[in-house]
Design a protein. Structure first.
Length: 464
């Protein structure tokens, strides 16, 4: 047997071992062909001298006949393979900054911006009829905060979230310092000294403390995995206890309650055994009656009483919750319309001092109806599911804990705010994320979502 015959037989045996589809997807073959030169499997072949071709392309006609049976599928998969490989080549040749821009979670950003813009519209519809010039400008101030928050979101998204490892503790300590300053020089609003003025900026340090606390807890739980669960619980309690105590001294019970679900979510994802979490839950439930009777102020106890029995004082402590239910119920299926006249808002039945923040969902329910409420809840659900998907794709446990903590924070605010407007929970004065007029709270939420987006962008670790 001559050398040429031996080589021909070897090629034939090699063709019998390899399926055509397997060779079709071979990266080596795709690198050798341009898109215009991909075979159409109808018998036409490019010139042998024009480009290097795989062996099966020059085999006998029996192989071409076999390929005709799935020519349409092969054409589609070949085009898809080329587009995918071309995208990979483009990504490999662009700068890391541009790769980060292209790798942003656009769904997360789109839903966040849609909610923020709708929040500005809702605030305008709830305050446009006010004679007070300060109240009439709430929507403009909210729009300014949204713009600032969006820039914070973009900057935080493009920076590797692992900066939190060294930035968490300084932010946490700054939050504690601001809370201490609030106790002495803070502004009293609605019975709580919770706002701090620093030049032109007016914000609630409790919101900064929550975000910083999530960072510190995530760092601690991811770094000390081998520590005994009881010791980890004790140290986590100390991390949470310091800001909670300062917040209770304001007093701001709503912001303090926010810590509970956030802490439990982080402990569960951080690997604390479930039996410890069950014991903590039972202890907290057992102490609720004691805290209500001995730890709450009289006006807070009245809110609890109005929640249990809304008919006990319709003209007093139960006035706000009853008017909120009337406003939502009167909206019906499709609502009374944007800027509709003679609403509960315009007539002043809902508290004018809180309709644009605490009771914004009541205003939305009256003007946009059941349909508007469902769309709003659907948008929040999409935002939360997107965050959970980012947590699922996180590159390490630290990123996972950060995303879970921020997601739990947003969910708790949503549940607590909407729950109090429909009499599912007692009134606590917690704003609705991205919707309520809250200024610095919008900035903090967008900053937190920027961290979530950063976990998504840097999940593979090749863009640091």
């Amino acid at each position: 047997m001559s050398y040429d015959e031996h080589l021909k037989n070897a090629n034939r045996s090699k063709l019998r071992r390899n399926r055509p589809a397997d060779v079709l997807f071979s990266r080596k073959v795709q690198r050798l062909k341009s898109f215009a030169e991909i075979p159409d499997f109808q018998g036409s072949s490019p010139s042998r001298a024009s480009v290097a071709q795989p062996a099966w392309r020059w085999a006998g006609g029996h192989l071409a006949r076999r390929l005709r049976r799935f020519s349409s599928t092969a054409r589609f998969t070949s085009c898809f393979s080329y587009i995918y490989s071309a995208n990979r080549r483009v990504r490999n040749h662009v700068t890391p900054f541009l790769r980060k821009i292209l790798g942003l979670n656009w769904l997360l950003m789109a839903v966040m911006l849609a909610l923020a813009i709708f929040g500005v519209i809702a605030i305008y519809s709830a305050t446009y009829m006010r004679e007070d010039p300060v109240a009439a400008e709430f929507w403009r101030k909210q729009a300014n905060w949204v713009v600032v928050g969006f820039f914070a979101f973009i900057i935080t998204s493009l920076i590797d979230y692992r900066w939190v490892r060294w930035g968490a503790l300084p932010m946490y300590l700054a939050g504690l310092v601001f809370l201490i300053l609030t106790k002495f020089i803070g502004q009293k609003v609605y019975g709580a000294r919770s706002w701090l003025h620093l030049g032109p900026v007016n914000f609630q340090p409790a919101q900064l403390a929550v975000i910083a606390g999530i960072m510190v807890l995530s760092l601690f739980l991811s770094q000390f995995k081998q520590m005994h669960p009881m010791l980890r619980l004790t140290l986590c309690g100390a991390i949470v206890g310091a800001p909670c105590l300062l917040i209770l001294m304001q007093p701001d019970l709503g912001e303090c309650i926010i810590w509970g679900p956030v802490l439990m979510a982080l402990l569960f994802v951080g690997g604390i055994p479930v039996r410890y979490l069950i014991c903590i839950t039972l202890i907290v439930v057992a102490f609720i009656p004691i805290a209500i009777n001995l730890g709450l102020k009289p006006y807070q106890q009245e809110r609890i009483t109005a929640f249990i029995d809304p008919d006990i004082d319709r003209q007093g402590s139960a006035w706000a919750i009853n008017q909120s239910l009337i406003a939502i119920g009167s909206g019906g299926w499709s609502g009374k319309g944007f800027k509709a006249p003679n609403t509960q808002i315009e007539l002043g039945f809902l508290p004018a001092t809180a309709v644009h923040n605490d009771y914004i969902f009541s205003a939305i329910g009256e003007q946009w109806g059941f349909v508007g409420g469902v769309f709003l809840l659907g948008a929040f659900a999409l935002l939360l599911l997107t965050c959970l998907f980012v947590a699922f794709c996180a590159g390490d446990q630290f990123g996972l804990l950060l995303v879970v903590g921020i997601t739990a924070l947003i969910f708790t605010h949503i549940f607590q705010n909407i729950g109090m407007t429909i009499s599912v929970l007692p009134i606590t004065g917690v704003p609705l994320p991205l919707i309520s007029y809250s200024g610095s709270f919008v900035l903090m939420i967008m900053f937190g979502l920027g961290i979530v987006n950063s976990v998504w962008v840097h999940r593979r670790g090749d863009l640091r």
